[in-house]
Design a protein around this ligand. Structure first.
Ligand SMILES: NC(=O)C1=CN([C@@H]2O[C@H](COP(=O)(O)OP(=O)(O)OC[C@H]3O[C@@H](n4cnc5c(N)ncnc54)[C@H](OP(=O)(O)O)[C@@H]3O)[C@@H](O)[C@H]2O)[C@@H](O)CC1
Ligand SMILES: [K+]
Length: 479
């Protein structure tokens, strides 16, 4: 599991750890890790040209100390001091002693244009709001240069706790972060500014709380979560998932939801709704029933909403059952908030940004620019687990104390018609297998993202191909 902690939490853990160590030890650990990462990025340190964008806080201090280490190895290092009077004094002395030089923002254009590597030490976790004008000007110079950009702790100008960007931020090729990830490094739009992210162990794990604020599943977590049939399994033990979806107008949504469910470990898939012929034509193994969800027979989870059109009846009926319900697409609009809140079994909702915006009564852009706030608010409002689809899919449980999960496997190729229907069947199947709602939704997002990558393999793909790629993803994860 990859963990991220909010600034307040990092600060408190830092205080506790600092009290146990000699003064300056943490900054030296950070600077040593940073310098090593820079040396890797440069390949050859001796003779390279390095520019340090240096703010007045400890982020600038880390940067100057790392610059001193690179200067001692033969790099030509120039520090651009944004606030010369308030620059970290000891770190500046160390750089000068190592042979580094300093300059002002107004004279920075030439060194930046000639640099092989630029370190962004303008601001770290002490930052608020986008870059100020002098720093924003430096960011423009960096963008125009050919230098590799390494962000120190985080790209300056992003909001560390949320991944929001209010104004200008600096784009990095690599972010070297200390002690723990910050939520903004995992969540869009800020995530795309961070480039690849390297975590430096500075000993903070010993004083950080065990439960992070945001977390991201890794391959090993998935392998542990995926259900595996035991020798004595029958279809009910493996989980029967019910799909109440599709309409005369949108039969394909039902077919794709069934496809997702069948390839995700369910013992059987039961279908109710007007698209039964289309479903059976493609998947004869489906158990089809003429009645609504309540009388269709035993299932361990319902999926409802994809392609439902304006027919609220199956959605309402599925919500009135006492098994987990996956609510997607039209179902999100048709479901009554009070009915969802009143449920005793879990509900999982899977909106994209547009659907989330409609549910929250805000503009789509507002959801996209503040994804963490939006997903938490929906989960609270509906007392449900909410999976907010997008470039970084987020999954939040109804309880604020539970970490929000960020899916690391997404791909833009998944933005294709019907791909959400496959995800709903897949999630429903994992719910039916008995996974907890947060695990089912985050495992489903992970599998779905990888299946999208496998299916696309660098070229456009269709939703059916994504469903077809699921078994191979499953095999690879278990291996
Ligand atoms: N936590 C840890 O365990 C460890 C933390 N360490 C390091 O400490 C860093 C945190 O240092 P920090 O607290 O000194 O704050 P920092 O990020 O340097 O920023 C403060 C300065 O930024 C300025 N400023 C603010 N907003 C701005 C904006 N939008 N645009 C431009 N400027 C802006 C603000 O200016 P002011 O408002 O005072 O004028 C102030 O001068 C952390 O990220 C990590 O690198 C490691 O050394 C070791 C272990
Ligand atoms: K920074």
């Amino acid at each position: 599991m990859r963990s991220a902690h909010r600034v307040e939490t990092v600060r408190s853990a830092e205080r506790t750890l600092m009290a146990q160590l000699p003064p300056g030890a943490l900054m030296q650990r950070a600077a040593a890790g940073l310098a090593a990462a820079c040396a890797d990025a440069l390949r050859r340190v001796y003779g390279s040209r390095v520019v340090l964008l240096t703010g007045s806080g400890d982020n600038g201090g880390d940067t100057l100390y790392a610059g001193a280490r690179l200067a001692r190895r033969g790099a030509g290092v120039t520090a651009v001091l944004l606030n010369p009077d308030r620059t970290h004094p000891d770190a500046l002395k160390a750089l000068l002693r190592a042979g580094g030089t300093t300059t002002t923002p107004s004279a920075a254009a030439q060194p930046i244009a000639r640099a092989d590597l630029v370190l962004d030490g303008i601001v770290g976790i002490g930052g608020k709001g986008g870059l100020r004008p002098d720093a924003a000007h430096l960011a423009e110079l960096v963008t125009a240069s050919h230098a590799t950009v390494v962000a120190v702790d985080l790209p300056s100008g992003i909001e560390p706790d949320t991944g929001e960007i209010h104004g200008t931020a600096l784009r990095a090729d690599l972010t070297v972060t200390f002690g723990t990830h910050k939520p903004g490094l995992l969540i869009d739009p800020a995530r795309t500014y961070a480039g690849s992210v390297r975590l430096i162990d500075i000993g903070l794990a010993s004083t950080l709380p065990a439960t992070p604020d945001v977390e991201s599943l890794q391959h090993a977590d998935l392998a542990a979560l995926l259900p595996h049939p035991a020798a004595e399994s029958d279809k009910y033990r493996r989980g029967v998932v019910g799909i109440a979806a599709g309409s005369a107008r949108y039969p394909g949504a039902a077919v794709l939801a069934v496809a997702g469910a069948l390839r995700s470990g369910a013992g059987a898939v039961r279908y109710v709704g007007p698209a039964a012929d289309a479903v059976l034509a493609r998947f004869p193994e489906t158990l089809v029933s003429d009645s609504g969800p309540k009388k269709a027979g035993r299932v361990q989870a319902w999926v409802t909403g994809p392609g439902a059109g304006d027919d609220a009846a199956p959605v309402t009926e599925a919500l009135s059952t006492d098994v987990p319900v996956l609510l997607d697409a039209d179902g999100l609009r048709l479901a009554d908030v009070a009915a969802v809140r009143a449920r005793t079994a879990p509900t999982v909702m899977t909106p994209h940004a547009g659907e989330a915006a409609a549910l929250l009564g805000v503009a789509r852009e507002e959801v996209e620019s503040a994804r963490l706030t939006a997903v938490r608010e929906l989960a609270r409002r509906y007392d449900a687990t909410v999976l907010l689809k997008g470039s970084t899919t987020l999954i939040a449980g109804p309880d604020d104390a539970t970490p929000v999960r960020v899916n690391p496997t997404g791909t833009p190729w998944l933005a294709t018609a019907g791909s959400g229907d496959v995800l709903s069947g897949l999630t429903g199947s994992l719910l039916a297998a008995g996974l907890a709602p947060l695990d089912a939704a985050s495992a489903a997002a992970y599998l779905h993202g990888l299946a999208g990558r496998y299916a696309a393999n660098g070229a456009p793909t269709a939703a059916q191909d994504v469903a077809d790629a699921l078994p191979q993803v499953w095999r690879d994860i278990r291996a």
